[in-house]
Write a protein that binds this ligand. Structure first.
Ligand SMILES: *Cc1c(COP(=O)(O)O)cnc(C)c1O
Length: 366
C-alpha cells in the first residue's frame, strides 16, 4: 500500500468513532433485470396519460430556486387525505428514515436509550448508533407478538427516551395487541413513535393515540404506497414536539421535484389507493399459495410482504435458487436469531407472484 493510503487508513481509524467503524453500510443488492420482490415497493406505475400530465407539472418546476422550506400546501394536502386532526403539525422527511434520524438527533444525550422490539426495522438501531445513543432491542414473543412484560421492564430499566413500534411490524408483518401498545405508551418516559410505513395495507391506524397520550407521534411514508423513489416521509404530532424537530430538520430536505411530484400524486390518490387495494387482494392469494407449499411456517400479514420459514437450513439455498431463476426476495436467515430460516416475499403483481410461485414449486420440488 502506498504511504499516503496507509496514513489515511490510520487517520480514519484514529478519528472515526469506533461504533461507526464497526457498522457495515446498509446493503442494497443489484436487481437489474430481476423480478424485484425484496424491498416492499409497489410494482405498479401510473397510466400513460397520468405520466404525461405529471411531466407537464415538472416542466413548470423551477430547479434553479431553493424549495419552499415550509411546504405548506403539501402538508395540508397530506393532513386532509390522511384524516389527521387539523390541530396537529406535520414535519416532512427525505423518507421516514430521515425523520427517525431527526427525532434521534433531537433527543440524543449520552446514556439515553432508543428501545424497540426485535426483530423490527433495522434503521432504529443504526440511527441510535449514529447519534451516540444506547439501543435496547426487546425480543418479541411467540409468533412475534409484543412481549409486554419484558418490554415494560426494559422501559423501566432504561428510562427509554425514544421507543419505536412499527405497526404493522417489518419484517414480521403483524400488528401488536392494541392494549399492549397503549401500555407501552403509558409507561414510556420519553417519546413513542408509531411507525405506520405499511398503513395502506391494514385497517388499523393509530392517529387517535396522539389524543390519548402526550408522548405519541405517528410516522408515515409514501414509499410503500408507490413512491419509494420520491423519498417523502411524514411525521404527525403535537405542535410542541414537532416545533423542536423542525429546528433539527435541514431547511431544504425536500427537493422541488419531490414536492411537485408528491402534490401531483396526492391529487390522484385514487390511483395509488386502487393499486394498494389490488396488492391486498394479491396478498391474500399469495398467502394461500405459500401456505400450500412445504414451508415450516408462513405467517399472515397486514403489510405488503409475507414472512415464511423454510425447513431447517434451507432458506439460503432457496434464496439462491430463486435468484438464479431471476427472482429477488429477501433472505433474513442470520439477520436475527428469531429469523432463522426465514425469507421475506414482497407482494408483487399477479404476474410476478405467479413467476415466484413457479420458481418456488420447481426449487422445492413439488
Ligand atoms: C420501509 C420502512 C421505512 C422507511 O421508509 P422510507 O420512507 O422509504 O424511508 C420506515 N419504517 C419501516 C417499518 C419500514 O419498513
Amino acid at each position: 500500500m502506498s504511504d499516503v493510503k496507509q496514513r489515511v487508513r490510520q487517520r480514519v481509524q484514529q478519528w472515526v468513532r469506533p461504533e461507526i467503524q464497526a457498522l457495515s453500510a446498509y446493503h442494497v443488492p443489484p436487481a437489474s433485470g430481476m423480478v424485484k420482490l425484496d424491498a416492499m415497493e409497489n410494482p405498479y406505475h401510473w397510466p400513460e396519460a397520468m405520466v404525461d400530465e405529471w411531466l407537464q407539472v415538472l416542466r413548470e418546476v423551477q430547479v434553479n430556486r431553493y424549495p419552499d422550506p415550509t411546504a405548506h400546501e403539501l402538508k395540508e394536502d397530506l393532513k386532509l387525505l390522511m384524516g389527521v386532526d387539523p390541530a396537529h403539525e406535520v414535519v416532512l422527511g427525505n423518507g421516514s428514515d430521515e425523520l427517525i434520524q431527526i427525532m434521534a438527533m433531537a433527543l440524543a444525550q449520552p446514556g439515553r436509550t432508543v428501545l424497540a422490539p426485535e426483530p423490527s426495522f433495522v434503521m432504529y438501531r443504526m440511527i441510535a448508533t449514529f447519534c451516540g445513543m444506547e439501543y435496547r432491542g426487546v425480543p418479541l414473543a411467540e409468533d412475534f407478538a409484543l412481549d409486554l412484560d419484558a418490554t415494560l421492564q426494559a422501559i423501566e430499566e432504561t428510562q427509554a427516551a425514544l421507543v419505536f413500534l412499527a405497526q404493522p411490524n417489518n419484517p414480521t408483518g403483524n400488528l401488536f395487541d392494541l392494549d399492549s401498545v397503549r401500555q407501552v405508551c403509558a409507561a414510556t418516559p420519553g417519546l413513542v413513535v408509531i411507525d405506520e410505513a405499511y398503513m395502506a395495507f391494514t385497517d388499523r391506524h393509530h392517529l387517535n393515540l396522539m389524543d390519548e397520550f402526550d408522548n405519541v407521534v405517528v410516522m408515515r411514508t409514501l414509499s410503500k404506497m408507490g413512491l419509494a423513489g420520491l423519498r417523502l416521509g411524514m411525521l404527525f404530532g403535537a405542535k410542541a414536539w414537532l416545533d423542536e424537530f423542525e429546528k433539527v430538520r435541514l431547511p431544504y430536505n425536500i427537493n422541488v421535484l419531490t414536492e411537485a411530484s408528491a402534490k401531483f400524486a396526492l391529487n390522484h390518490f385514487d390511483v395509488m389507493k386502487a393499486q394498494t387495494e389490488e396488492l391486498r387482494k394479491n396478498r391474500t392469494e399469495l398467502l394461500a399459495a405459500l401456505q400450500a407449499l412445504p414451508f415450516a411456517k408462513v405467517w399472515p400479514s397486514e403489510a405488503n410482504f409475507i414472512l415464511a420459514r423454510t425447513q431447517s437450513g434451507l432458506a439460503r439455498g432457496l434464496f439462491e435458487q430463486l435468484k438464479d431463476a431471476g427472482i429477488l426476495i429477501k433472505c433474513l436467515d442470520g439477520a436475527h436469531p428469531q429469523l432463522q430460516d426465514c425469507l421475506r416475499f414482497t407482494v408483487g403483481t399477479s404476474d410476478e407472484n405467479r413467476l415466484l410461485l413457479q420458481a418456488l414449486h420447481s426449487a422445492m420440488d413439488v
